[in-house]
Design a protein around this ligand. Structure first.
Ligand SMILES: O=c1ccn([C@@H]2O[C@H](COP(=O)(O)O)[C@@H](O)[C@H]2O)c(=O)[nH]1
Length: 231
């Protein structure tokens, strides 16, 4: 396996004790860690610091979507916590993404800034209700916008990874949730793919939560996924 961990474990726990217990069972060579809305709302910046101090690359997944100044300031605040990656919603528009990118570029050290295209839980029916076209064309629209705004990458499903890769520069980072090892429950995800197929489709990082964190042995499940990527 590459020395660079591809798996980003979604620490979707309701308390810091469980999140830290997971972090202490693995190590930064095996995975990166993602802190999302629930855990951050409950535990706040202190938990981020505790993960960063353990040497983990932390993706702060708060998916900011607001006016340009608000999002830029929120991402600057995230950068001050020493996180590796932050994200915004691409549907917040060009001015929001460019203002945020400029604010981060003025910092001596900045996190990667990526944008969410279409949530991996949404299917064609959901999008029709939102008066959007099918997932692929909506992802293409928002990924082209994000790329044009100079961000570092996007969140998309692995089903659209090859499409996005076809019109972005090689360093553009594709972060793909909705990853399920074969025979795992899809839960609320719609556009899923196995870890290996997602990497083969062009994903740079795989966001994986419940298949790891809700398994009987989370550390063993992570090792199994890493092994499936190495073979
Ligand atoms: O489009 C998106 C964007 C973010 N997520 C987040 O990824 C994890 C996935 O968890 P699983 O348990 O593997 O389903 C979760 O934290 C989401 O908030 C996403 O799923 N889709």
């Amino acid at each position: 396996m590459s020395s660079l961990p591809k798996v980003i474990v979604a620490l979707d726990y309701s308390n810091a004790a469980e999140a830290l217990a997971f972090a202490d069972r693995v190590n930064p060579a095996l995975c990166r860690l993602k802190v999302g809305k629930e855990l951050f709302t409950r535990c706040g910046p202190l938990l981020i610091e505790q993960l960063v101090v353990r040497g983990f690359d932390v993706f702060l997944d708060l998916k900011f979507h607001d006016i340009p100044n608000t999002v830029a300031q929120a991402c600057k605040a995230a950068a001050e916590l020493g996180v590796w990656m932050v994200n915004v919603h691409a549907s917040g528009g060009r001015r929001m993404m460019e203002t945020t990118r400029n604010a981060l570029e003025a910092l001596p050290q900045r996190p990667l800034l990526i944008a969410v295209t279409v949530l991996t839980s949404l299917n064609t029916e959901d999008l029709a209700e939102l008066r959007q076209p099918d997932p692929a064309s909506q992802v293409e629209l928002l990924a082209r916008l994000t790329h044009g705004c100079g961000l570092d990458g996007v969140v998309c499903s692995a089903h659209e990874a090859a499409l996005v890769r076809s019109f972005t520069h090689p360093a553009f980072t594709l972060v793909t949730p909705g990853i399920r090892p074969a025979n795992s429950a899809a839960n609320d995800q719609s556009r899923i793919m196995t870890p290996r197929a997602a990497i083969e489709a062009g994903s740079d990082y795989l966001v994986i939560g419940r298949p790891i964190t809700q398994s009987d042995d989370p550390a063993a499940s992570l090792l199994e996924i890493n092994a499936s990527l190495a073979g």
